[in-house]
Ligand binder design. Structure first.
Ligand code: LMR
Length: 401
């Protein structure tokens, strides 16, 4: 019966992370998965999360199913954080939001919805993008192609090429974009570039899907949502997937949201209904615990302030570690590959290391990066940055000898 089932080669990120856990070496360093670790190399429990959980434990209650669309207070808090408290689109009731299983769950529910209502559309993702984007949309039945994005020579953006490729797409093509802290490159559009791109999205009647998994890790909580708020302000139909895995350090609780900017309140009601049906067909209804934590933190002023302060502190630590590895690599890696450690934003730096170099780093030195060359700088600390820099320097020294 099952003879024809082929072996799963594993996931380029999650399987690597599992392999890291099995690696017996003491001095191994995990810079693969997109997870923020603190200065001690621990996964932080944020103060506001801890406080919210403590309060929740003191008020035990029954655990019924949540509505299919999710916990109402959470959905409202998602909209407010993503679109802004005073968003006119929100006030007009033009945004349909469902609670989802993290950002991946949001993309899956969105992909199913789009496949049902835009069956002829194809999907376009940045070159490169997060590996799971392709998997999710292909499994939902789409053909997935790329538009130009990253310029390997400069470590920056190929904006003109990106714009003209998108400007040539058929109407209703799905264009997947990263709101901030592009994964894997750490290269984002400027506000001016977003405004220019939005003109093209409107003119060509394209369907943007904006993935925002790192809100607060780039230019700030509000600034990171610039593109989303601009789309909403201009009433451009769009899908927005957001996640609290990283900015709340709630990875395993699977807290995310999918919001759709609609033309009217009436349309938003019907879209919400069909998103709800996509949730029902996938997993019925979402889990409670993480959503209650997030909703409590975002709607309790003292907890909210504590969360914002701690997130800002985490970002400052990442910036320090960017400088830390940059300074240790100076003189050991080519200058053309060095500036990007400081310039790229969010959790990742796209190092320019080849697959072979990444494999050598892992096999010889126990330093794990994604094979694309993506390094999670948010996992560096004062104790491991020297080991990582030394290993990378040796790889480059070998290449030049
Ligand atoms: C990553 O990109 O490493 C994270 O978003 C984790 C994942 O699910 O791939």
């Amino acid at each position: 019966m099952f003879e024809h089932i082929d072996a799963y080669p594993g996931d380029p990120i999650l399987t690597l992370n599992e392999n890291f856990a099995k690696d017996p070496r003491d001095n191994k360093v995990n810079l693969s998965i997109g997870i923020y670790y603190d200065e001690e190399g621990r996964l932080p429990v944020m103060r506001a999360v801890h406080e919210a959980e403590t309060q929740m434990l003191a008020e035990p209650g029954p655990k019924p199913y949540l509505p299919m669309a999710g916990f109402a207070q959470y959905r409202d808090a998602v909209q407010s954080l993503v679109f802004g408290e005073d968003s006119p689109a929100r006030a007009d009731g033009r945004i349909a939001t469902v609670q989802t299983l993290g950002g991946s769950g949001a993309l899956k529910v969105g992909a199913d919805f789009i496949k049902r209502y835009f069956p002829g559309s194809q999907v376009w993702v940045s070159d490169p993008t997060w590996e799971n984007h392709r998997f999710i949309f292909e499994r939902a039945g789409f053909s997935v192609s790329t538009y130009p994005y990253y310029d390997e020579n400069s470590g920056g953006l190929k904006f003109e090429a990106m714009l003209s490729a998108i400007d040539a797409l058929p109407a209703r093509s799905v264009v997947l974009l990263h709101a901030c802290c592009h994964n894997p490159t750490g290269v984002d559009l400027s506000e001016l570039q977003w405004v220019t791109l939005i003109e093209v999205l409107k003119k060509r009647e394209l369907l943007p899907v904006i993935d925002m998994a790192y809100q607060g890790f780039g230019a700030g909580i509000d600034a990171d949502a610039f593109a989303i708020r601009e789309l909403a302000r201009q009433n451009v139909p769009a899908f927005v997937a957001n996640s609290f895995s990283k900015n709340f350090s709630l990875y395993g609780e699977r807290c995310g949201g999918l919001s759709v900017i609609c033309e009217s309140r009436d349309v938003a009601g019907r879209v919400l209904g069909q998103l709800t049906s996509a949730v029902r067909a996938n997993y019925s209804n979402p889990p409670t615990h993480g959503a209650k934590i997030v909703a409590r933190v975002l709607t309790t002023p003292a907890l909210r302030q504590s969360w914002e302060d701690e997130l800002a502190t985490m970002c400052r630590r990442i910036v320090r570690m960017r400088a830390g590895i940059h300074d240790r690599l100076r003189g050991n890696v080519p200058n053309s590959l060095l500036a990007r450690y400081l310039e790229q934003r969010g959790m990742f730096t796209y190092t320019g290391l080849s697959v072979e170099q990444v494999d050598l780093l892992r096999e010889r030195h126990g330093v794990y990066l994604i094979r694309s060359g993506r390094m999670c700088v948010a996992a560096l600390n004062e104790k491991n940055v020297g080991t990582a820099a030394q290993a990378i320097s040796e790889i480059f020294a070998q290449a030049t000898n």
